[in-house]
Design a protein around this ligand. Structure first.
Ligand code: FAD
Length: 533
């Protein structure tokens, strides 16, 4: 990172001039690497790392990029994209946040992976997280982690409203999907909470866009699976930050009671409206092995309760459900502890959980939001974090969630001993924006997220879990349950068009692709487009 940005950008632009047809794309990339003072790296360690991801089941050789690019500013990325765009054989370019994808989405087979983190490693990177207290927003670099966004805003008594469960994901990475968690029912996904973006398009143009300016690119990029541009900055609105959280878990013996209560909590009407700031839920299909494998879970249900909970699980036919809620208070916000206690009292009286199985903790706001980190550190210490993760997440319309529960939790997954959470929680469709690229069920006001987030720890697990995932999909097809994949993965364009987007949305997606990335350079790891379009 010794050259200044202008010089490097000029150099890249020079190298970008169209090459003779005899020069292969790979050679072109090597030339860039040789002449840009370590900013392009082709060594095997770097390219191997850039071809792996959290999913851990991508064929390393097949998906390996030719090079990794370490930009020091957005203009570097623009120059790289112009280089590819101007080439006789445009080479794939993919932004890589942290590689938390599970199906090779952040790879660029045979092309260049852009290591987004390097934008935040330059000498003066302080501007990559800039809070405007008066404007109530933060400008965050696309490479920034949400956990760093949280800490930068809390210094000013402010916070974003919509989160993911895990905060060690990048801003650009989650905004390219949707960014969902238990706050989305009220505030929408993270993509519904953005004022403005800086995007470098597939043609290497640097564009600032919002709902007012270049709205089509703004909508395309949000939930756009990296297809239309690389997000280098997002302006995120902020609100007053609470200090603490009453965090509740309630056990249920059946799905109908759980989902009924979840829907009452996310409704804008009724006695329970507005009581919770966060609503999620999970399914414990194999309570005992879950307890054994996830110490952080057992700490929520203290050991003394193990026997009682196991008895409840037996009574319930082996499958337990858990509602998870959180109410914020204190800090810069105006909700008092007394107010939250009153809300909890109403909630615990009204909800239909198994009596005697309510567990409440009081934790700091930071500890609550960054809760998955604790589990990560435990799993890392046990050597079971860097294992394959054949995750499958669906959005299911409200009217079919109980059919899904019966067929999948009490059927396909019932005796499948596996490590990892199975999440189930509802969203209000009205908080999603149909103009954006993210795909979600369109007909009913409420839809559910169901995440089967399992870790393949033992030999044979990966194969078995992939087979179970296929069974889940087959079950839904046979039962006529419309499932929309979140963090989607399909092998062919036909599947993307027919199964994911559907006709109208697909046509719009393709039109936007032709406009912003006509040479299909970006995020080929998603396997949606190839060159020529
Ligand atoms: P990557 O995996 O590196 O990239 C994802 C895709 O986006 C790729 O196609 C890439 O090319 C593209 N991309 C990356 N950066 C940019 C950019 N700046 N501009 C344009 N395109 C870009 N998701 C949720 O919504 N809610 C959750 O609660 C949640 N929890 C998670 C927990 C864990 C432990 C993990 C591993 C993932 C979780 N996710 C969750 C999924 C997460 O949102 C995705 O993995 C997402 O891709 C972000 O990861 P990343 O930043 O590492 O992006």
């Amino acid at each position: 990172f010794v050259l200044n940005c202008t010089i490097k950008t000029t150099l890249l632009a020079t190298l970008a001039s169209p090459t003779t047809s005899s020069t292969s794309v790979i050679d072109e990339i090597r030339v860039l690497a040789d002449t840009t003072s370590g900013r392009i790296c082709t060594d095997a360690d770097a390219t191997a790392l850039a071809s792996t991801d959290f999913g851990g089941n991508v064929s390393v050789v097949g998906a390996r990029p030719a090079a990794v690019f370490y930009p020091s500013c957005p203009a570097d990325i623009a120059a790289l994209l112009r280089a590819s765009s101007a080439s006789a054989s445009p080479f794939p370019v993919s932004a890589r946040g942290c590689g938390h994808s599970t199906r090779g989405q952040a790879t660029a087979p045979g092309g260049v992976v852009v290591d987004m983190a390097s934008l935040g490693r330059v000498a003066d990177s302080s501007g990559r997280l800039a809070v405007s207290v008066d404007g109530r927003y933060i400008d965050a670099g696309g490479e920034q982690l949400w956990v760093d966004v949280l800490h930068a805003t809390l210094v000013h008594g402010l916070t974003p409203r919509s989160w993911t469960d895990y905060l060690h994901l990048t801003v650009g990475g989650t905004l390219s999907n949707a960014g969902i968690s238990g706050q989305a029912f009220r505030h929408g996904p993270q993509i519904s909470n953005v004022h403005e973006l800086d995007v470098v398009t597939g043609t290497g143009e640097m564009v600032t866009c919002s709902k007012e300016k270049h709205a089509d690119l703004f909508d395309a990029a949000l939930g756009g699976l990296g297809q239309f541009g690389i997000i280098t900055r997002a302006r995120i609105p902020l609100t007053l930050a609470p200090a603490r959280v009453r965090w509740v878990r309630l056990l249920y013996a059946n799905a109908a009671a759980l989902t009924g209560d979840q829907e009452r909590l996310i409704s804008e009407h009724g006695a329970l409206a507005g009581l919770m700031d966060y609503v999620e839920g999970s399914v414990l299909t194999d309570y005992q092995s879950l307890i054994a494998s996830r110490p952080s879970l057992s700490s929520f249900f203290p050991d003394a309760n193990d026997a009682r909970v196991a008895a409840l699980a037996n009574e319930a036919g082996g499958v337990l459900y858990c509602l998870e809620g959180a109410a914020y208070y204190g800090g810069a916000g105006d909700t008092s502890a007394a107010h939250v206690d009153k809300a909890l009292e109403v909630m615990l009286r009204e909800l239909r959980y198994a009596r005697g199985f309510a567990f409440v903790q009081d934790v700091s706001y930071v500890k609550f939001l960054d809760r998955v980190r604790g589990g990560e550190l435990e799993l890392r210490a046990a050597g079971v974090w860097d294992v394959p993760h054949p995750w499958l997440t669906h959005f299911i319309p409200r009217s079919r969630i109980l059919d899904f529960a019966a067929g999948v939790f009490h059927g396909v997954l019932r005796h499948d001993r596996a490590m990892g959470p199975v999440l189930i929680y509802p969203m209000n469709r009205g908080k999603w924006d149909g103009g954006m690229s993210a795909v979600f069920p369109g007909e009913e006001e409420v839809f559910y997220t169901v995440g089967i987030l399992r870790s393949a720890v033992a030999d044979g697990d990966l194969h078995r879990m992939e087979a179970r995932n296929a069974e889940v999909v087959r079950f839904c097809e046979n039962a006529g349950i419309p499932c929309t994949q979140y963090l989607p993965h399909y092998e062919t364009q036909e599947e993307w068009a027919a199964r994911h987007f559907g006709p109208g949305r697909w046509d719009r997606f393709v039109q936007r692709k032709r406009k912003y990335d006509p040479k299909a350079i970006l995020s080929r790891g998603q396997r949606i487009f190839s060159y020529p379009l």
